[in-house]
Design a binder for this molecule. Structure first.
Ligand SMILES: [Zn+2]
Length: 237
């Protein structure tokens, strides 16, 4: 399959979003991307190599970096289509700083690693409205925007039980409150209702969710009240 679709030459295009820079440039599903401004894109490894999730993520990040570092100028994309190499010019647009991934797992979990946002199918299945889903994604995305993973590593925040105590606990609570506040702003900008979304904390809070969403151990009621404060502050502005 890899060789048959020329994916041993570079990443393949599966979908082109209508109206996107890729669509404007004339990219099509089935195209294989070979290079950006003459820099070769990483090819898929051979089937004989065992699948390595870390390497797959690193490869995806490398492709993203190459696309991101083109800035807002027009880049030359070399591509492989129907056995022929051709080039197109593509002008990128600034967009979302995090990619959001759905992980197949029965655990009810969501987390952010500084760059990516992950939520599990187990958590998704418990969400009832788009506002609730937007709250989960916005909260995790806020951790990335506010560089919390870097802050946690730099401050040597403890894991496990130690995470809730003393200095570690204080830093965790501060980052969680900041993530909620930024999430509220992101949700308002995107047209969602932050207070309704944060209601998921109250609804699922008692069902043993050992996840980032409850890392701060502030009560659901106080977090929803704080979210109401974010909405009120935006009305005043
Ligand atoms: Zn959090």
């Amino acid at each position: 399959m890899i060789a048959g679709h020329a994916l041993d030459r570079g990443p393949g295009v599966i979908v082109v979003v209508p109206g996107s820079p890729a669509a404007t440039a004339g990219l099509r599903p089935g195209d294989v991307l070979l290079a950006i401004d003459g820099n070769a894109l990483p090819a898929e490894t051979a089937l004989s190599v065992p699948f390595d999730a870390a390497r797959a993520h690193a490869r995806a990040d490398m492709v993203l970096d190459m696309l991101t570092h083109t800035g807002t100028g027009v880049s030359t994309i070399s591509l492989w289509r129907d056995g022929v190499v051709s080039t197109v010019g593509m002008a990128p647009l600034p967009a979302c700083p995090s990619r959001v991934h759905l992980a197949r797992s029965n655990q009810r979990n969501a987390y952010a690693d500084g760059r990516h946002v992950f939520l599990t199918t187990g958590l998704l299945a418990r969400l009832r409205t788009d506002d609730e889903l937007a709250f989960v994604i916005a909260h995790e995305m806020a951790h990335n925007i506010l560089h919390h993973a870097t802050i946690m590593r730099g401050s040597d925040v403890k894991h496990g039980l130690g995470r809730t105590l003393g200095r570690s606990g204080r830093i965790v609570r501060e980052t969680e409150r900041a993530a909620d506040a930024r999430a509220g702003d992101l949700m308002i900008d995107a047209g969602f209702d932050p207070v309704a979304g944060a209601g998921v904390l109250d609804r699922l809070g008692g069902s043993g969710l050992g996840i980032d969403l409850f890392a701060a151990h502030d009560s659901a009621a106080s977090r929803i009240a704080a979210m109401r404060g974010v909405v009120d502050a935006r009305r005043v502005r």
